[in-house]
Write a protein that binds this ligand. Structure first.
Ligand code: ADP
Ligand code: MG
Length: 405
């Protein structure tokens, strides 16, 4: 199947050619036709599989078919400002040369210019929920002409606690709209889906067990020695572009500061940085001016930087599925990559859960010449729990026992 098989405007087809989009990904192949028919969609596929085009192309076609208006006809809600910018940019590329205006609305930046943008007329709003509510409360946007609502990274929006905001926004929208809901994981969003969609088609692209192209390694290390190990790992060759994850904003800052002291030019991205700082850090990472970017999960989620060669988990994530999102950054666009995780003693149970989630045993290594305080070899692998108490992958859940009345 090719993009040319979809019934898309010739100008959009031309843009797709320029963008080198020839073959749709599975999620695109399965959702775009239904989206073009105007149906509601509940789509899930892992990070990096092209969900943006899956909703953006039907959205754009819908706008081209409909009647122009000065007020927004499409709204895309996303969890973070980086995603707002990225998604709007992506959309504008698909819509190049078309009379469609994209506006981004997000917190952490002055509200004035965002409000001004509405005055010039808007077709598509890409927004984070909190700031959009601000703009709505000030009476600067009306959604009575709205045709399409998209919730992108819906699971993450719920994680961040955006549900009340989302409900308020949805309440202000016409009910005869089309709603497209996209998420990396679907289980978390059923409830929201019931509230906002009508008879959606459900498309779930199965999680490919982590791409084989990604080499995964655990480095057992004492907490106090993590920096030594990280420094050593970063001196290796072929480290073109490294995304380092740490647990908290403060730890992100600390890791970056120490790396700079060692002469590694490291950028930082987390929620306490100003919008311009975040954009700058991301841009210089994207353009390889900084080789290393240190981030928290929330800030890094959904960010599309191609060609990341290495992901380093300075700290393990709080949830095993976040590990999959993190390391998915290296496997994008056929690039091979490596994911290295520092495992402190208190991380052993999470390490085990991660292995179960990716469904393979991850090799443990020590770092030559660095005293990690832990042995890579002597730590016995904890035994897997019997299968009846856990389940592999996330697709087949054990039947829930019905509670007796
Ligand atoms: P997701 O939202 O699922 O994480 P994105 O929509 O951000 O994924 O897409 C990830 C990357 O893949 C982007 O750089 C995008 O341009 C590219 N991409 C998406 N679909 C295709 C396709 N069909 N052909 C080529 N590149 C694609
Ligand atoms: Mg996305």
């Amino acid at each position: 199947m090719q993009f040319t098989d979809f019934d898309l405007d010739p100008r959009v087809q031309q843009n797709l050619r320029v963008m080198k989009f020839t073959k749709p990904t599975p999620i695109q192949e399965q959702t775009i036709p239904a989206g073009l028919e105007g149906r509601d969609i509940l789509g899930s596929a892992e990070t990096g599989t092209g969900k943006t085009a899956a909703f953006m192309l039907p959205l754009i076609e819908g706008l081209l078919a409909g009647r122009r208006s000065r007020t927004p006809r499409a709204l895309v809600l996303v969890p973070t400002r980086e995603l707002a910018l990225q998604v709007a940019d992506h959309g504008a590329q698909f819509a190049r040369g078309l009379p469609l205006r994209f506006v981004t609305v997000y917190g952490g930046a002055a509200i004035g210019p965002q409000i001004q943008a509405f005055k010039r007329g808007v077709d598509v709003v890409v927004a984070t929920p909190g700031r959009l509510i601000d703009v709505m409360n000030r009476g600067h946007v009306r959604f009575n002409q709205l045709e399409t609502l998209v919730l992108d990274e819906a699971d993450r929006m719920l994680d961040i606690g955006f549900l009340p905001d989302i409900r308020r926004i949805v309440d202000a929208l016409p009910t005869d709209r089309q709603t497209l809901l996209f998420s990396a994981t679907i289980a978390a969003i059923y409830k929201l889906a019931r509230e906002v969609t009508v008879k959606p088609i459900r498309v779930e692209v199965e999680k490919a067990a982590t791409p084989d192209a990604i080499e995964q390694t655990f480095y057992p290390v004492e907490e106090a020695r993590k920096m030594d190990v990280l420094q050593h790992l970063l001196t290796g060759e072929n480290l073109e572009s490294v995304l380092v994850f740490a647990r908290t904003k403060r730890r992100v800052d600390r890791v970056a500061r120490k790396l700079r002291r060692f002469g590694v030019n490291a950028g930082v991205i987390h929620g306490d940085r100003s919008q311009s700082q975040r954009v700058k850090a991301l841009e210089s990472f994207r353009h390889r001016k900084t080789r290393v970017l240190v981030a928290t999960d929330v800030a890094a989620r959904g960010i599309d930087v191609t060609g990341i060669s290495h992901v380093v988990n300075y700290d393990l994530p709080m949830k095993a599925e976040d590990y999959v999102h993190r390391i998915g950054r290296t496997g994008r666009a056929d690039a091979t990559g490596a994911a290295w995780s520092l495992i402190a003693p208190q991380d052993e149970s999470m390490a085990l859960r991660i292995q179960r989630t990716v469904d393979k045993r991850i090799e443990r290594k020590s770092v030559a010449g660095v005293d990690t305080g832990r042995s890579a070899k002597l730590v016995p692998m904890p035994k897997e729990k019997p299968k009846s108490r856990s389940y592999r992958g996330s697709l087949k859940k054990p039947a829930r026992r019905r509670r007796r009345a």
